[in-house]
Design a binder for this molecule. Sequence first.
Ligand code: PMP
Length: 773
Amino acid sequence: MSLLQQAPRFDAAGAAQLARDLYGLEAAASPLPSERDQNFRLTTATGERFVLKIANLEEARDLLDAQDAAMAHVAGIGLCPRVLPALDGSRITTAGTGHLVRLLTWLPGAPLAEQPARPDALLEDLGRTLGRLSRALSGFDHPAIHRAFHWDLARGFAIVAEHAPRIADPELQRLVRRTAAHVQARDGERIARLRRSAVHGDANDYNVLVTETPSGTRMSGVIDFGDMVHSYTAAEPAIAIAYAVLDHPDPLAAAAAVARGFHAVHPLEDDEQSVLFGLVELRLCVSASLAAHQLAQRPGDEYLAISQAPIRRTLPVLAGIHPDAAEERLRAACGRDIPTGTQVPVAVTLEQRRSRLGRNLSTAYASPLRITRGWMQYLVDDVGTQYLDAYNNVPHVGHSHPRVTAAIHRQLRTLNTNTRYLHDTIWQFAERLAATLPDPLRVCYFVNSGSEANELALRLARAHTGSRDLVVLDAAYHGNTTTLIDISPYKFNGPGGQGAPDWVHVAPIPDDYRGEYRRDDPDAGRKYGDAVGRVVHELQSKGRMLSAFICESCPSVGGQIVPPPRYLETAYGHVREAGGVCIADEVQTAYGRMGDTFYAFQAQSVVPDIVVLGKPIGNGYPLGAVVTTAGIARSFDNGMEFFSTFGGSTVSCAAGLTTLETVVDEDLQAHARRVGAHLLSGLRDLATRHEIIGDVRGRGLFIGVELVRDRFTREPATAEASHVVNAMRERRILFGTDGPWHNVLKIRPPMPFDARDADRLLDALDEALTPQG
Ligand code: PMP
């Protein structure tokens, strides 16, 4: 039988009767809110008040004993009710129905929930009040509170693991699981070691009372010990903070106020201060998970669904706060110094960089940004301004992702060596990586960058074909080495470039917005593919031999292009017919970014011979990879050793393996599909209102918005695009431009970028595109 079916069912008259029979009390009864028990307010003729509590049949007597003992123990602080004896002298007695009954003193005040506002001073007082309670409870114990209780924060990670999968909204579920995993990765070890004591554990807005005093609204009491458990002492303020931050405009200020008050009365230990914010997040995750569990048992319970709405709104806000920033803020609230570091003026940073580094290192924006912190899809600058990062795809699973950071840290502390010694992480990573690719792509090589990976891909192709000539796509970029500049039209045809060497042959980019074959041509993909064929035939006609065709499966630098259907299939056909191999540069597009598929080539129903990976696969730790077939790997194994000092190092493999596991565990591909679809449709809607948007294209979180001065001539709006990027920066959103005319707004954020972020981006872009009066 469920807990609710076991709830007592007395009416007011029945309660008054119980008061009379059990306590000799003549009083009028009126019901007070309670879900699993029944509480009545009793008022005598002289105006004296009491609370009559009738427990659920499930309620264990020893727990009520424990509550009674705890309230007696803390009586001295004058904040909690006391249990009064019945006529027969017992403090816990029984109604005829078997329900256990208690009579409690009435505390003055009204629930905090009824307060219209929660200024910091009141929250600090809440912290102080709970500090007093916690200090008083620190000397209390009772066998019954050492219990397996689902609200016990010490079981929080297990509760989320068990019940979060029932959260119906996929985005909320993803966020809850990710947040709990972050807290566990970052703080788990310290949390497990926290000091423990008896904890009230339920300082929600209905369980803390306030009264008006001459010096303002003050806390006057704490009621309902029903969730008492022996747990982390820090769970007391953490749970109160978890309620205090809900829909609060400045959650860290609210958290700091509660922590400050608590600490002033009952000092928090070093680790408690550090993990407090993590415990707050964990509590909200537990709450969302248990609500999903309860909803599964009581489908259609609207109250439950409504009570979760503030958590839905607040959890994403908390999840966007860098945990280091939260930790510093809460430690500061406990009187600790915040490490400030010495910061030189931006002008000095810029000048020093100019004089000490090569001048052709560029910076983004007219006035460059100095970023000091990154967290998931957000970046924070040197004055604490937070930016939404819609541009950087290297921190694929999120800036400073705690799981990846922890894996790197752990491995770096233990061992960092090269591939000449046996180690298991490298083959585990290779196995996991190969499993994401179709057969026959099975053999992996690890290097340090996309450039090094492309270099290696060219060596593999040459070793396999015995030829050197290459077909590349116009406007492509494949890396910064001498050879890769030679195969990158973006560079060799750009400023400082020297044109294509004779062994490099350029095919047109399959751009169906601006190129020769456009979206109105259902055969455009095949025609662009045949254009590759023509380039191949031309080089053959000069007596040259094709080694490989290399292209990004969706050209990024070329302007966020999604080739039309059958493009790769046709192009690869021509290349293979000429004895060449097909290299897919997936440096920008791998690991689920495209939403529908894990790699961009998969949308074109082809299997490349060599896949090149870089940027996202180490989440910022330098790592590149080449995956190829057994046949090509055999050709490459020609007696010459392949060795890269850092490639495949133990630390880089730990970074790579953990990043890949995170992509899968956080289901980021499906997330990219959902959020990308939402963003694309919002952008298309903007295009109906802003003439300057010539084209919106992309898939998943790989998106391009092409700006044009005239939709008919498609004249690139280059200066306007640059203006928009700067205007977006003023609105605290970072993205860039790309394409041969730098008129394509490039949107490829860290994958945690969510629907809220998309809406924020759309609003800001709408504004930025609206001509100023
Ligand atoms: N290929 C593509 C498609 C790229 O975009 C890049 C980097 N922008 C590279 C290769 C080179 O990678 P890295 O900078 O890591 O050498």
